[in-house]
Design a protein around this ligand. Sequence first.
Ligand code: GAL
Ligand code: ZN
Length: 664
Amino acid sequence: MSIGVCYYPEHWPRERWETDVREMADAGLEYVRMAELSWGRLEPERGAFDFEWLDEIIALVGEYGMSVVLCTPTASPPQWLVEERPEILQTDRDGTVRNVGSRRHYCVNSPAYREETERVVRAMASRYAGVSHVVGWQTDNEYGCHGTADCYCKDCSAAFRDWLGERYGDADALNDAWGTAFWSQQYDSIEQADVPRPTPAQDHPSLLLNYRRFCSDSIVEYNRLQAELLREYDDWFVTHNFMHLFPWIDLYEMADDLDLVSWDSYPTGHVQETTDGRTPPDRLTAGDPDLLSFNHDLHRGVLGRPFWVMEQQPGDINWPPHSPQPAAGAMRLWAHHAVAHGADAVVYFRWRRCLEGQEQYHAGLRKRDGSPDRGYHDAVEAADELFEVGPIDAPVALLHDYESLWALEEQPHAPDLDYWALIRSFYRALRARGVQVDVVQPTASLADYGAVVAPTLHIVSDELATHLTEYVEAGGELLLGPRSGVKDEQNKLRASRPGSLVALVGATVEEHETTPEQLERTVVRVGETEEYAFRTWAERLDADAAVQILAYDGGRRDGHTAAVRNTVGNGHAVYCGVWPERDLADELVESLLARSGIDRSERLPDGVRAAVRDGHTWVTNFTSVPIEVETHVAWRVGSATIEPFDLAVAEGDLIDNLSVRMGE
Ligand code: GAL
Ligand code: ZN
């Protein structure tokens, strides 16, 4: 369990480097990540590489006993390169060229840029091959950041046609697969096909889904080029730093080319993206623990092993709408919370607040004058407290897939139907009971999980339906959420719903509707009177083999079925046709866990969370009130009284009898 930092020697005078590196080592840091945006410094003119400065800082880091993670510098091609080969630039959908002047202005499908990439990656990799404390590489930096995953340049247009040709063969097959007779959109030849362009009305849904697949494939292919080049030179690890809930890259497709998955965590910024300007004060200053851990679990699930936080927020940041100072201790809390969810390293971004450039309003561990800032003290404490732990053994799998995400994002059918938010409603209920969750793709092997939650499987192939049925028949407990089984792999509607899942679910969807606030949005358990709220989406089900478990309460749907449970072999499948609010999600999840006999805590208060990793229980307090753990245990870090934005780590797994009281 290590702490590290991102460092930009190119921003500081050489005379300062040794002081910085010594202070990093004194702080207990183990990794220094460097060079991801330094192409201009590394190669001031074509072919005239200047490695001497990087040699020097890499050597210094080694002398002080730390390791280096190097990055390929391809996220920021320099001026001279753009001037020589302007065709590398990205183009917006409206035809605007994205110019040099910030970063990420290149296109992954540009043959010219792929040549330049190979040149710079080879130069760096050959230079540092054999340097034993250069342990790994990050490819590029945050693929797709700043809205750059989709490009509409000439190279992308041509590459998309090739991609369609490989997939469909000819125009007839494509027309047939997509259903292009609608609005006379037939193609006479694949040559007419193109990336989405400015058009008066909506785009064809099959075009959109395939364009999203293509964008993801293009990034995966570009990353593969880098990963394979790096591996030619040494056996260092190869990773990439992904982003919070990033919808444009199929991480599971990328996985084959990575040894380690990492992501960049900015809790006080990310929470604002999901709360629509109404972020409560504690969340504004410490983030949302469930949003954070969902990202941890998602990235851990890609390779099914520990991940890194490659950039950890160090203090206030420059890019969200608001940048309140993080709560006292938050930077330490985030490090522990990441480890509890499977991180093996937490690397703070950045060492020192920068005096120049776009990120002057972004904190570092050190202040602008180089003296320690709050994040530094938190990082030192975390580095001192963390201890070695093995992997997480999660009893529940939560199924997530990019195809469903893409199809739903392109046709949400309600202003607030957000795929990630829907998924997190179910995830939050699991986390409120201290259950560890592996976020995995639907085709993953499920046999070892006591329960599986699929918040929405919008696109379901026949093979996937069989896979899920086999899991349930063998005794598995499955909870399926709304809008499942709606579409086929071409993004066309299935004739009956939930498509190939009908037999597993034992019911059909008779009708659906979106439900804004002014419409009735409650259900009851069948035979009971307590009401549970749902939001945004409602399906009226018609139970066949299944038993009715939830019914609508009031309005036009009154008495009709909202959720069913079907017994299949030795297990059960529950299908819930509404998007549950918190209490209903808890009801559904609690009964799922009870049926499968999974250890769980009482329902924890919002902002208080517990997580078990390798025989230790982390209790984290993301609230501004102290909490008291009433269960008697031995504490490895902290104690039973947990102050605001603080945490404690207990020896042993205390989830099934964890009891927590909120203080004053
Ligand atoms: C990340 C990026 C970093 C830096 C940081 C600021 O998205 O990778 O280079 O810009 O945000 O928070
Ligand atoms: Zn392009």
